[in-house]
Design a protein around this ligand. Structure first.
Ligand code: NIG
Ligand code: FE
Length: 389
């Protein structure tokens, strides 16, 4: 079974060899999907025959969004905390414990259903690759359960036992860190591909984060890190030291942090929905891009610091307030996310890529930032299957 999408006004391939500019744009294009992969792209006039033909009527077609940072295994919500924040209370890592309590009390099926609901919500908005972290269980059994359920549904699974120290540990951060780097890690590693830690004042310091990440690497996982979200600290340099795939947040950076990112292959993953929802200053994407760092955009979707699953919203904010061009923001939300997950099969629409295709109800990718808050997803294919069909 093959599907040809024809009459595409603007096809964003993210393959500079295929079309114009860094987005590799082909105009008046067609794209053929076969066996879950992109089988052909090029000018519509030359498109091969296919079993099914979909007329895009001049719309733009993009690679599906790659949301490389989300916390989706949880129960409950924290709307009251958000409301309090909007009237002046600052965001603090401690709020995570509220969700830990709700998550521990939930059944497997409740967690599964909530995760499924969010991944479906994302797919309807054009997100076709989702990374999902644990981190609201914080016991061996609860963290194992979280990564196991995440692995059933999400594309990429991250073990985040080192999210915060659970209240039963009091101030024994060292004791909890040891557990996160030993028994909890061994229980979780078979279900995960990544290890993460929240390196921040009020969570884990650099030595503690390093202990967990290095143990994860020994157990066969690859590192990524929550770094420099609330304060300028050692997180980004630790991420680079360990050749982490990504340093996430990067809100408060020193010149040395920017240089370290620029001279490494660690992606700076920016999560503007968090700054929006915690009323913090936005990270300076322009500074990172001008220095030569690779930037990804992701939602961080979670019930505390940002309960939004919208990559389009992230793009709009990144363009309006983080000095990214629309083309840079779209690249960061697709190809950038793929880099942050060290994936070569998603985030672009070259022949052979996974058929993750996002048809916008708009003539160009610029509309994602130009028409903020407006639903613009017309159709989505994930691994060659039409979402919602
Ligand atoms: O990425 N920073 C740490 N963890 C999440 C917040 C989780 C929560 O508040 O529940 C984040 O922002
Ligand atoms: Fe996060």
């Amino acid at each position: 079974m093959s599907t040809a999408i024809t009459n595409i006004g603007e096809l964003v391939t993210n393959d500079p060899g295929r079309g114009d500019g860094p987005l590799g744009i082909v105009r008046d294009a067609a794209l053929v999907i076969e066996d879950g992969a992109v089988a052909w792209t090029g000018p519509a006039a030359g498109a091969p025959a296919a079993d099914e033909v979909v007329d895009a009527a001049g719309r733009a077609v993009l690679p599906g969004f790659v949301d490389s940072h989300a916390h989706l295994v949880f129960a409950g919500e924290r709307a009251e905390e958000f409301a309090a924040r909007m009237s002046g209370r600052p965001y603090a890592a401690g709020g995570i414990r509220t969700t830990v309590e709700r998550t521990r009390a939930a059944s497997d099926d409740e967690l599964r259903a909530n995760l499924r609901r969010l991944v479906d919500e994302m797919a309807r908005q054009g997100t076709t690759t989702v990374e999902c972290k644990s981190g609201y269980g914080l016991t061996v059994e609860q963290e194992e359960r979280a990564v196991r359920i995440a692995a059933e549904i999400a594309d990429e699974v991250t073990y985040l036992g080192a999210h915060v120290v659970p209240s039963e540990y009091g101030d024994d951060t060292a004791g909890y860190t040891r557990l996160a780097a030993t028994g909890m890690l061994s229980a979780c590693a078979p279900h995960a591909r990544w290890v993460d830690a929240f390196c921040e004042r009020g969570a884990f310091d650099a030595d503690q984060a390093r202990e967990v990440l290095q143990a994860g690497i020994k157990a066969g996982l690859m590192p990524r890190l929550h770094a420099n979200q609330l304060t300028e600290g050692p997180g980004v340099r630790l991420a680079v030291e360990l050749d982490a795939a990504s340093a996430d947040h990067c809100t408060f950076l020193s010149g040395a942090d920017v240089d370290a990112l620029a001279s490494s292959r660690t992606v700076a993953t920016l999560l503007p929905g968090v700054e929006f929802s915690t009323r913090q200053p936005y990270p300076d994407a322009r500074r990172l891009l001008d220095a030569g760092a690779t930037v990804a955009l992701a939602t961080d979707c979670n019930p505390g610091s940002c309960y939004s699953s919208s990559m389009a919203f992230c793009i709009a904010v990144a363009v309006r307030d983080m000095r990214m061009t629309p083309a840079e923001a779209v690249w960061s939300a697709t190809a950038g996310g793929a880099r942050a997950l060290r994936r070569t099969d998603v985030g672009h629409l070259s022949v052979g890529a996974r058929a993750d295709v996002h048809v916008l109800d708009a003539p160009s990718h610029i509309h994602l930032a130009y028409r903020p808050g407006v639903p613009q997803t017309f159709a989505v294919w994930k691994r060659g299957h039409r979402v919602g069909a």
